[in-house]
Ligand binder design. Structure first.
Ligand code: ZN
Length: 474
């Protein structure tokens, strides 16, 4: 017994030394962006939106000790050695946990749609925008994403904690040359097992698979305790739910469940899209699909930024244009101007999608959120992430519900709700300090000032500044 305790103490003190040393070790490339790094830190007089969906609380103190939230409340004694930050007039939300992010930028260059790896700019931008944990939701260079994850963890590089998704599991279909195409269900299982061995912690099915492919991949992932999502087309949401999928991407917009005369295991983008366009907002069939997904415990990921029409919305949601290299920026601005007032269909579809997402949550479904920096290239990490709550409010959610979708809901999906996702004692101090009060003025949500990861504060503005005109390059 005594020996056991000695052993536990020995292990514990070795571990706490590791943690302390790790907490101190940052490369110069990282250090330049750190504005706050103190073992004991108190955020004073902050308004808190805690991630649970409950009402905001004014004038709170958050005491952070060794990277964890030690106390939260209205009148908390602050230790004399604490570094203090006066947060009067400011708001603190949990670090965002975003579930449809990528470490590549999508660009259409006929005959291809390219996935250009952005290993330098993207991790920085996500963090600057308040994202402290993210899933990569389909990788074009999984080895790069895994190395970046490790470098972020060791303090060599800045960025969120990464849930690295393996390569898109896909058969030859849409022309993305970075894709690894499978030819059989056996290939699908092989791909899952190989990349899980390499360290990937999630998987994603894509648009041209058979149900047998999907089943092989889902079973292989689940056997290893790994979750799997899908951006589907050839397989309906109901079929995927029956096969055991955990999550579906892009809301209900890409469901092929309503396609007339749908051929099994085949994707027909056009027919799928028309079916959604024809489906009334208040469709009973849609309600029944939502009910079915809830029963099967399938989460839905909302990706509103990538669906924004040109009419009535910024060219670059949240102002991300300044991060793009000018050549690409100008090309997108030109395309955008051609669509303004000519994309009423996109507007109709966005409204329906927002309605269906809200309905899903009202019925008891788990909604997650992400930005998906692909599509027409208008969605830039960080910039677009911080306006996701704004877009969810347009869908009818309150701000506190919207924040929960971007924090606790995702933490629960990842099984990390005891570590992250809310501002509660014992959780990691992953927090975003916002200058202003987004409950009074939603556009204040864009004023990210300090993003805390493990209690270490990163200067949001300085990071955004450092990545100007870099997206598209690296
Ligand atoms: Zn995507």
């Amino acid at each position: 017994m005594k020996k056991d305790i000695r052993f536990i103490i020995a292990v514990f003190s070795v571990c706490s030394i590791c943690i302390r040393i790790n907490a101190q070790q940052f490369s110069d490339a990282v250090k330049q962006f750190i504005s706050v790094n103190s073992d004991t830190l108190a955020l004073l007089h902050a308004k808190i939106i805690d991630g649970t969906g409950g009402p905001s609380k004014p004038d709170q103190t958050i005491l952070i000790i060794n990277g964890k939230i030690a106390k939260v409340g209205n009148s908390i004694p602050v230790p004399g050695n604490a570094k203090t930050i006066d947060c009067s007039g400011k708001t603190v939300i949990p670090g965002m946990i975003m579930m449809h992010e990528h470490l590549f930028y999508g660009e259409y260059q006929p005959p291809y749609y390219l996935g250009l790896a952005m290993p330098s700019s993207f991790p920085k931008l996500y963090l600057a925008g308040g994202v402290t944990t993210m899933r990569t939701t389909g990788s074009v260079e999984p080895q790069t994403d895994l190395n970046i994850r490790n470098d972020i963890n060791s303090g060599k590089m800045i960025g969120p904690n990464l849930d690295v998704t393996g390569p898109y599991i896909e058969r030859e279909g849409i022309p993305i040359p970075e894709m690894l195409y499978i030819k059989s269900p056996e290939d699908a299982a092989k791909e899952v097992n190989y990349w899980a061995d390499m360290g990937c912690s999630s998987f994603k099915l894509y648009m041209d698979l058979t149900r047998a492919d999907a089943k092989a991949a889902i079973d292989a992932a689940h056997k290893r305790g790994i979750k799997i999502t899908g951006h589907l087309c050839s397989i309906t949401f109901r079929e995927a739910a029956d096969l055991g999928i955990d999550n579906l991407e892009h809301g209900f917009y890409v469901s092929s469940d309503f396609e007339k005369d749908k051929k099994e295991d085949q994707c027909n983008n056009r027919a799928q899209f028309i079916s959604m366009l024809q489906l009334p907002e208040n469709s009973e069939e849609m309600k029944s699909l939502a009910q079915y997904l809830i029963k099967k415990n399938v989460a839905i990921t909302s990706t509103l930024p990538v669906f924004l029409p040109a009419t009535g919305y910024e060219i670059f949601p949240g102002g991300g244009g300044e991060a793009l290299v000018s050549q690409i920026k100008e090309k997108i601005e030109k395309e955008y101007s051609e669509y303004v007032n000519k994309d009423s269909i996109a507007t109709v579809m966005l409204k329906k999608e927002m309605f269906w997402e809200k309905q899903f949550v009202d019925m008891g479904g788990r909604l997650l959120a992400g930005i998906d920096p692909t599509g027409a290239g208008r969605v830039i990490p960080g910039y677009a992430d911080r306006i996701v709550p704004e877009l969810l409010m347009e869908a009818g959610f309150t701000l506190t519900q919207a924040i929960k979708i971007c924090s606790l809901n995702a933490a629960e999906y990842l099984g990390k709700q005891n570590e992250i996702g809310t501002i509660n004692v014992g959780k990691r101090a992953d927090l975003v300090l916002i200058n202003g009060d987004p409950e009074k003025n939603i556009s204040d949500i864009r004023n990210t000032e300090i993003v805390f990861k493990n209690g270490v504060g990163f200067d949001s503005k300085k990071i955004f500044e450092s990545v100007k005109e870099k997206v598209g390059l690296y």
